[in-house]
Design a protein around this ligand. Structure first.
Ligand SMILES: Cc1cc2nc3c(=O)[nH]c(=O)nc-3n(C[C@H](O)[C@H](O)[C@H](O)COP(=O)(O)OP(=O)(O)OC[C@H]3O[C@@H](n4cnc5c(N)ncnc54)[C@H](O)[C@@H]3O)c2cc1C
Length: 410
């Protein structure tokens, strides 16, 4: 059997694996990106969704040199409006108070996928294997041995570092027996696009209902009028019924859930549904292995943080490698690097995961006391400056020590 030697093997060429391949390019390492779907840009995670990139992520994408290509498809979010049905409390955040041109950008996932995929073929030292699948993994002191099957049969690859970017059902985690705490929220998100009568004016709306949140995020206007992407979380049993509605009935239900803030909804895009669960890997590293993106933590989309967190994993890993390669004789999988990566990611990851899960629990609970707490929470968010700043920083991606690539200018 053929044996190849690489410095870094990235398992999974979804958004996070592809962005890592781009981020590692300046380090001139021998990198292999292994993706089970082909071509990577058509793999299932690059679907009809839009992703809200926060300010830190925008800076990371800019630092990777990809923002000029992506910006044409990115609709700025200049304020957020968070409310609860049947209550007056509203929390608003603005780009102006953050001192930024935008709090974030709503971008079609396909545009992100295409932007991240386009430079891959031109990166010196990067080998792209797709379709190819990791089947077995053995760990040694100085390297990991991977068995990979692809169109041309099975091959053995020896790597100093294996990065698991293989999603919530990570093969790497499974092969290594790394446990994960998982929670089925018994909810699904229906994702589509709507055309409201009034322009969104850069506002991202999220409205909490007893059945789950409904969010409307800005999309660019086009010749057919105004547009927003809609993410509607519903209990799993109810989501099937709502998904099966004809277009007019669906619009009516969505309108009832969201209200009239943007006027009547006129038409609808393709609808897709995603079952929602939280999967938190028990560890971020094993000898010669580390986890990034959804393989490390897969979150409920209520706070739109999953990919943003994954991009910070990527930026931190690239930064840590750049700092430590010289000291570790060019070994990208040294125990020191793994320990440093883990220590740099733990806090941010835990905070965002806890914040997201707390939000889901707080707003999906019908206990009367909690209704009052929610109301108080929204009011405090609107009125209490230190709390506002903490939540704002977290949502911008600056809640914990941010990787250098993500730091604000000035
Ligand atoms: C409805 C919804 C809305 C969302 N909105 C937002 C948002 O607004 N903002 C945000 O930041 N995040 C958002 N997210 C989260 C975001 O989509 C994910 O965090 C992100 O896509 C994860 O990317 P990933 O590359 O880590 O994993 P994945 O996209 O799952 O990619 C994993 C890849 O690994 C490959 N793979 C798996 N096993 C193997 C193997 N054995 N060998 C080779 N390849 C393998 C798979 O084919 C796949 O391509 C949302 C999620 C949902 C469900």
């Amino acid at each position: 059997m053929n044996t190849e030697r690489v410095d870094v093997a990235i398992i999974g060429g979804g958004l996070v694996g592809a962005s890592l391949a781009v981020a590692l390019a300046p380090l001139k390492l021998r990198v292999m990106l292994i993706e089970s779907q082909s071509p990577p840009a058509s793999q299932p995670s690059w679907d009809e969704r839009c992703i809200a990139l926060n300010a830190a992520s925008q800076r990371i994408v800019e630092g990777l040199g990809l923002w000029p290509a992506l910006s044409a498809d990115a609709e700025p979010i200049t304020s957020t409006h968070i409310s609860e049905r049947g209550r007056f409390g509203v929390a608003r955040f603005t780009a102006e108070e953050a001192g930024l041109p935008a709090l974030g950008y709503n971008v079609p996932l396909r545009a992100i996928g295409a932007t991240f995929a386009s430079p891959l073929l031109g990166i010196e030292g990067l080998q792209l294997l797709a379709p190819a699948r990791l089947q077995r993994l053995q760990l040694g002191d100085s390297e990991a041995v991977l068995s990979i099957t692809g169109a041309d049969g099975e091959r053995e690859v020896r790597a100093s570092l294996v990065v698991a970017a293989d999603g919530a059902r990570s093969t790497v985690r499974e092969l290594l027996g790394i446990g994960a705490e998982s929670r089925d929220y018994r909810q699904s998100a229906i994702v589509t696009a709507v055309r409201p009568k009034r322009a969104h004016a850069g506002v991202a709306y999220e409205r909490f209902l007893p059945t789950g949140p409904i969010a409307l995020l800005p999309k660019p206007d086009d010749e057919f009028g105004h547009a927003c992407s809609l993410v509607w979380t519903l209990p799993s049993d109810l989501h099937r019924e709502v998904l099966a509605l004809d277009e007019a009935s669906f619009i009516e239900r969505a309108q009832d859930a969201f209200g009239e803030r943007l006027g009547v909804f006129r038409s609808l895009g393709k609808r897709m549904a995603y079952p929602l669960e939280r999967v938190m890997s028990e560890r971020l590293t094993a000898p010669r292995v580390l986890l990034v993106g959804n393989a490390a933590q897969s979150l409920h989309p209520v706070a739109a943080q999953g990919f943003n967190l994954g991009l910070r994993d990527v930026a931190t890993l690239a930064e840590t490698l750049a700092e430590t390669l010289a000291e570790s004789n060019g070994d990208p999988g040294s125990p020191e690097l793994l320990a440093l990566y883990q220590s740099r990611r733990e806090r941010d990851r835990a905070r965002v995961a806890d914040f997201t899960d707390g939000l889901v629990r707080l707003f999906s609970n019908a206990v009367p006391g909690l209704r009052g707490l929610r109301h108080l929470g929204l009011l405090m968010l609107d009125l209490t400056p230190p709390l506002r700043q903490a939540v704002l920083d977290q949502n911008l991606g600056y809640g914990s020590a941010a990787p250098k690539l993500a730091r604000r200018r000035g």
